[in-house]
Design a protein around this ligand. Structure first.
Ligand SMILES: [Zn+2]
Length: 443
């Protein structure tokens, strides 16, 4: 593998530390900066206002392990073969941490679940001490661990840090809400929301009133967890940026959450936009990149090439990344340099999920700026005009639309090429993660 250090080229930036923060299960449209009406993310919103916010970002998967593996390798699940949580990313596939470590970055990962160690290839330090915290580590402990490590660094080497926060995933449980009065406001808001949403949901999804009430309670818990994570992220960023350190922050999520869309509260089962659209914000404490929003569609797989260009590290000549650098869009957000198509793949369901009514077989999706095709081997395909129907309620699969065949052809070519020639054989779930995955309800 050929690896060249470019030095400070035109696009590389003199950052001390590049941070990637993944807020697990955070759908983009629950952030104020993406249009959410509740004030649950004031700090993330302020980062977006001062940095660059990508409006439409597509994840490669609606499942934690595969989505993170794609973010860090710039390959889709059919290529890197991390198809479900707990499967180890295979050695030999270049990763963000590995490529930066080879360019003399110190690399450290702070995780809130243990099983994500399966995608930490290339990190010098992996801190995933979730003992005694009932299945996952809360944001405050993960942030403490990251800050402690940052404070203890002696050599002024450049660093790459991944911080993974899991609280938004845990909507079954109520943790703390960091902002006084918020919960009371949410209760009020929930009543309003119920009045607006009840007819819609009852009509679209056939929900009973009791089920709808449970769903609204879940959304309240989701927003409360997000508010807590937002406050912890503020503490992390403000502490790490103190003293004039030049840090770059990349804030995203691995996948979204149904929260009732298509009658489904979770993720993993489907590839609707509620599960696939994630936030992506680049924020630099030194004023670069400048405040702007990018409308063009981009993908998770574009993040790795972007980070390498910013770090002045050339990708290996044989990397074959799926994504491409977004630096041009960071520097001129209206450059119309988005991507044409985005590809996503659903995790294969296991027996308990099939028993719970998940559609069997392969489910893959491709989307363009306007259209989306979802192919399912075991049920009717779906085709949506996302511009006219962003909630994907009106399946146009039977209509004559030229873009439909074009999107299907592209998706099949893409999938068949990946499936025929994967980067790794793929493996079984590692035994060491079984207990935690069980405790988190994955198995
Ligand atoms: Zn996840």
């Amino acid at each position: 593998m050929l690896l060249t250090i470019l030095g400070c080229g035109a696009s590389s930036r003199p950052f001390d530390t590049i941070f990637v923060v993944t807020i697990d299960t955070l759908r983009a449209d629950h952030l104020g900066c993406y249009g959410y009406p509740r004030p649950v993310s004031p700090f993330i919103d302020s980062m977006a206002a001062r940095g660059v916010r990508f409006e439409r970002v597509v994840s490669s998967s609606s499942h934690t392990g595969p989505a993170h593996a794609s973010l860090f390798t710039s390959h889709h699940p059919a290529s890197h073969r991390v198809l479900v949580n707990g499967v180890d990313l295979q050695d030999g596939i270049p990763t963000m941490a590995g490529l930066l470590a080879a360019a003399d970055f110190e690399t450290a990962a702070f995780l809130s679940v243990d099983f994500l160690r399966s995608v930490t290839h290339g990190f010098d330090v992996v801190d995933a001490d979730t003992r005694g915290e009932r299945g996952h580590r809360r944001a405050e402990s993960t942030v403490d661990a990251a800050l402690e490590w940052l404070a203890g660094r002696e050599i002024p080497r450049r660093a790459f840090v991944w911080v993974h926060l899991f609280d938004v995933h845990q909507t079954q449980r109520r943790h703390r809400v960091a902002r006084p009065g918020l919960e009371a406001r949410m209760e009020e808001d929930a009543k309003e929301r119920a009045a607006i949403l009840q007819p819609h949901w009852t009509q679209q999804h056939g929900l009973t009133a009791a089920r709808l009430r449970r769903l609204l309670a879940r959304i309240n818990r989701y927003d409360a967890q997000l508010s807590y994570v937002d406050a912890e992220l503020r503490r992390l960023v403000e502490t790490a940026d103190a003293g004039g350190r030049r840090n770059l922050w990349i804030v995203t999520s691995d996948h979204g959450e149904g929260l009732g869309d298509h009658g489904y509260p979770g993720h993993g089962k489907y590839l609707y936009q509620a599960q696939l659209e994630v936030p992506l914000i680049f924020y630099g404490g030194d004023g670069w990149p400048p405040g702007a929003a990018v409308d063009d569609m981009v993908r998770h797989v574009d993040v790795l090439p972007t980070v390498l260009e910013l770090a002045g590290v050339a990708p290996p000549s044989d990397a074959g990344f799926e994504g491409r650098s977004l630096v041009r869009l960071l520097e001129s957000p209206s450059a119309a340099a988005g991507v044409r198509y985005a590809f996503s793949q659903r995790r294969p369901p296991n027996r308990p999920r099939l028993d719970a009514g998940w559609p069997p077989g392969l489910v893959i999706a491709a989307q363009s700026e306007r259209y989306k095709y979802i192919l399912s081997t075991d049920r009717e395909d779906e085709f949506y005009d996302l511009e006219a129907d962003p909630r994907e309620l009106n399946n146009l699969i039977g209509e004559e639309i030229a873009a439909k065949d074009e999107l299907l052809r592209w998706m099949l070519r893409k999938y068949e090429a990946m499936a025929a020639n994967p980067l790794a054989p793929g493996g079984e779930i590692e035994e060491e993660y079984l207990e935690e995955l069980k405790a988190l309800g994955y198995l």
